[in-house]
Design a protein around this ligand. Structure first.
Ligand code: ATP
Ligand code: MG
Length: 585
């Protein structure tokens, strides 16, 4: 696939079924409303963990559709579960969405919302549902409710409290709110159909008692609305048009629509009062798409927490983690993740995406951007015996081979160099063109040398390689054309090289399906996912700033770590190798 412009945010993305729906709606004018765009989407995370690459798919989809159809996308925290949520998670989610390149600002208004902002409204609507006969307070225990829900083949049993008078339910509901009952004593349930083939329609619980501190509303509430009740209402209050969620919510859609329908209609009570009419059409519509499953990875928040808490990785932003903060620290660019999301598209049924697709998007994004540099990762000394002792001769190389206009970098060559250990073989195998006694190679951007011999220690290990150079063979000089050699190896001057810590990262799991068949995913961990080495780098890299990215020639893409680099002492992470070694497509 070509890499130029594929990632430009303004370029229309792959077609997907949601685009077809939006275009139909736009044509029909389904959502044409005064002062509002035709497309309003939202990304609704629960602030109970860090975002991962699966969330990125949802973010790129929701924000991407809003961008492409001149609409807006809201960031909404679905914070109805006080015991699992906190400010740390809110902050990291905000950071991650911004870092991915998206904004919830539209016409100078910030659409950063919290479901907890709607607690008062949600409560009033619940009172209305009770009065209108659409909800009741159930005094059964959670176990009783579960036991009477029925099964796919059997209808559920009606609660003995289902027909308690509305006034009694209303009184109990108010007392629930006032803190008169302990957790679990009562719940508010929608009154729908205990015989519905859809289990979600069998009088779902819409409010529960939870005496817990909420990170935004503090101690104000001791009853909290359920997600399935909160979500459609939040969408409607925010004028969302297309409410996009993952497939497991398909069976929840009838309840989503039920809630909105009940809150749109009005009801005349026996005393003549007309109540309801909270919402107006057009109402938001829920659509489902397939969540991202990616090989060599896990997406479940619960398991990611386990990796952090058990110290398998060093934190949420460990560069091996599939979290957005981990991918960022590893060296992924926002554009590479956007490109990945475009390429995988949006499907209506679940499937698997090969991690190689993510890595290929990364390479395609970095290749034109990353300046080149030289690094010797597994060093072996090369001595140029006929090189003048104190001569420091400068060599020049392009910052980027395809963009000469970006300029050149300079680095010295001297008598002693570091080369890669694999670039020398005492007894070469067939087809080996690099250094072996009697063979000539070009020192990239420098001179042609001829290998003479190697020094070995008492165990026969090679400790240094010797060669002689041809002073008239320097790259970029007329004489260089007189030398034809097959091998071309990289090097750094031993005296001038910059020594740095380099972390060689690879995939966290060595199995494409770490938790297949209920197996403990920790058994699939890749023991070689992280190696820390000291490498010799081109001297200019000493000035690399945190998050500067490079291609280390022949090795791959590297980034100066944003946490551990200090001025004059960058530490590098390998983002990805130049080629896929995992057999991906
Ligand atoms: P939880 O199990 O805690 O509900 P979650 O991964 O669903 O975890 P949410 O914070 O509810 O987390 O997710 C926010 C949004 O991201 C939801 O709309 C959800 O559908 C979407 N999302 C989550 N995981 C994926 C995934 N793997 N692929 C695509 N979208 C996802
Ligand atoms: Mg969820």
């Amino acid at each position: 696939m070509s890499n130029d412009n594929k990632n430009s945010p303004s370029e229309p993305s792959n077609s997907n079924f949601l685009r077809a729906i939006i275009e139909q709606d736009n044509k029909k004018g389904t959502y044409r409303r005064q002062g509002m765009p035709d497309v309003i989407t939202r990304f609704p995370p629960e602030p109970n963990g860090y975002l991962h690459i699966g969330h990125a798919k949802s973010i790129c989809l929701n924000f991407g559709l809003a961008r492409d159809y001149s609409g807006r996308c809201h960031l909404r925290f679905d914070d109805t579960n006080p015991t699992r949520e906190n400010q740390e998670f809110v902050d990291t989610i905000i950071d991650s969405v911004k870092w991915l390149g998206f904004s919830w600002e539209h016409n100078d208004t910030d659409y950063l919302n919290y479901a907890s902002d709607y607690f008062d409204t949600l409560y009033l609507m619940a009172e209305y549902l009770i009065e209108a006969g659409h909800a009741y307070v159930d005094s059964q225990t959670a176990e009783e409710i579960a036991a009477t829900r029925g099964s796919f083949s059997e209808p559920g049993k009606k609660s003995p409290y289902r027909d308690r008078p509305a006034a009694e339910s209303l009184d109990l509901f108010r007392r629930m709110k006032n803190g008169e009952f302990p957790d679990g004593a009562l719940v508010l349930r929608a009154k729908i159909d205990m015989a519905s083939p859809n289990m979600n329609m069998r009088d779902p619980v819409i409010y529960r008692i939870r005496h817990a501190h909420h990170h935004r509303t503090g101690e104000r509430w001791c009853i909290y609305p359920m997600y399935d009740y909160t979500h459609p209402i939040s969408d409607a209050l925010e004028n969302i048009t297309h409410s996009i969620c993952t497939l497991e919510f398909q069976d929840h859609r009838p309840f989503y629509d039920w809630v909105l329908a009940r809150l749109t209609e009005t009801v005349t009570l026996p005393d003549g009062r007309i109540i309801g009419g909270f919402l107006a059409r057009p109402l938001p519509h829920q659509y489902e798409f397939a969540r991202l499953n990616m090989t060599y990875s896990i997406m479940s928040k619960r398991r990611l927490i386990q990796l952090v808490e058990e110290g398998v990785v060093e934190g949420w932003d460990d560069p091996r983690m599939p979290t957005i903060v981990g991918l960022r620290r590893r060296g992924y660019t926002p554009e590479s993740i956007q490109l990945f999301c475009e390429r995988i598209g949006v499907a209506k049924s679940d499937g698997w995406i090969d991690m190689a697709t993510l890595e290929a998007s990364l390479r395609d994004d970095l290749d034109p951007k990353a300046p080149r540099a030289v690094a010797v990762l597994n060093p072996l000394k090369l001595v140029i015996d006929n090189f003048p002792e104190n001569l420091k001769d400068m060599c020049s190389a392009p910052l980027h081979p395809h963009y000469p206009e970006r300029g050149e970098r300079q680095f010295p060559i001297s008598k002693e160099l570091w080369i890669e250990r694999e670039d020398f073989m005492e007894d070469p195998v067939k087809g080996y063109f690099r250094l072996f006694p009697g063979n000539r190679v070009r020192l990239r951007y420098g001179y042609v040398v001829e290998c003479t011999h190697a020094d070995t220690d008492e165990n026969g290990n090679v400790t240094a390689v010797h060669c002689t150079y041809f002073p008239d063979s320097k790259s970029g000089t007329p004489g260089s054309a007189n030398y034809k050699v097959k091998g071309n190896i990289h090097w750094v001057s031993a005296h001038h090289a910059f020594q740095a810590e380099v972390r060689l990262f690879d995939r966290l799991f060595s199995d494409p399906h770490p938790d297949a068949g209920g197996r403990d995913f920790r058994e699939a961990l890749n023991p070689n996912a992280k190696a820390v080495i000291t490498a010799y780098l081109e001297p200019g890299l000493v000035t690399a700033l945190p998050e500067d990215r490079f291609q280390f020639e022949r090795h791959g893409y590297f980034i100066a770590d944003r946490e551990d680099s200090t001025p004059g002492k960058p530490v590098f992470n390998r983002i990805v190798t130049l080629r896929d070694s995992w057999g991906g497509k």
